[in-house]
Write a protein that binds this ligand. Structure first.
Ligand code: PGA
Length: 250
């Protein structure tokens, strides 16, 4: 049985004051015996604050992005060792907003994945298709290509120390969630692709779903056999919603 993970991606949202009250209310209302691990990925600038607030709790934290380079002359970038300094466990790589708005290629995402692992961070590798790719029947080819970029660089064994997040781009921030069956089909495809190379890793790797997950649809998504939790954007900014999602783990 795979452990469920529900990770909040705050994106470029938050303030010192709002973060504090959000985290205080998560801490106060966390149910005991929660089945899912909870994690929060705030903007870099708030990692210090968030790490102080979460230290000693069951909630983990991580970055939303990381440089593929070590320290040096890379203005505006953040290195893996810096995330480690602030106690990060996870880092999101290849989020569709990074791929589309900042032109991150499959190869660059694979390099970030590799760099994260070399610092003992667990990469949350996002894959997913655009609406026109889905309509053209390209969904499987797209996620396969995104996954293979990592496998080609790092080898199949690297997936054992990673989390995959399937996030159909047309479902992110749009209110249009993939149906549980649509998501399950792609999750099963991803697991099947991995199983062709290593059945043990395929069985173990957590595959999260992301894209308009809410308190009202989380339970039916998480009930699918190949969905091992969620990567949550908008709904992770409200304590009630995020807690409901975390408690939806079967
Ligand atoms: P959303 O974002 O939950 O707001 O759709 C998910 C994500 O981008 O990770």
């Amino acid at each position: 049985m795979r452990q469920l993970l529900v990770a909040g991606n705050w994106k470029m949202n938050g303030s010192l004051q709002n973060n504090q009250s959000l985290i205080e209310s998560l801490k106060q209302n966390i149910a005991t015996g929660l089945k899912a691990e909870m994690a929060i990925c705030p903007p870099f600038i708030y990692l210090q604050q968030v790490s102080e607030l979460l230290k000693g709790t069951v909630i983990s934290w991580g970055g939303q992005n990381v440089s593929q380079n070590d320290q040096g002359a890379f203005t505006g970038e953040v290195a893996t060792d810096m995330l480690v300094d602030f106690g990060c466990k996870y880092v999101i790589v290849g989020h569709s907003e990074r791929r589309s708005l900042y032109r991150e290629s499959d190869e660059l995402v694979a390099q970030k994945f590799a760099k994260a692992q070399s610092a003992q961070l667990i990469p949350i590798l996002c894959v997913g298709e655009l609406l026109d790719e889905r309509e053209a029947g390209e969904t499987e080819n797209v996620v396969k290509r995104q996954l293979e970029a990592v496998i080609n660089l790092q080898g199949i064994g690297s997936l054992a120390q990673s989390v995959i997040a399937y996030e159909p781009v047309w479902a992110i921030g749009t209110g249009k969630t993939a149906t549980p069956q649509q998501a399950q089909d792609v999750h099963a495809f991803i697991r099947g692709q991995i199983a062709q190379k290593d059945a043990g890793i395929a069985e173990k790797v957590q595959i999260l779903y992301g894209g308009s997950v809410k308190g009202s649809n989380a339970a039916e998504l998480f009930a699918m056999p190949d969905i091992d939790g969620g990567l949550i954007g908008g709904a992770s900014l409200k304590a009630d919603d995020f807690l409901t999602i975390c408690q939806a783990a079967p």
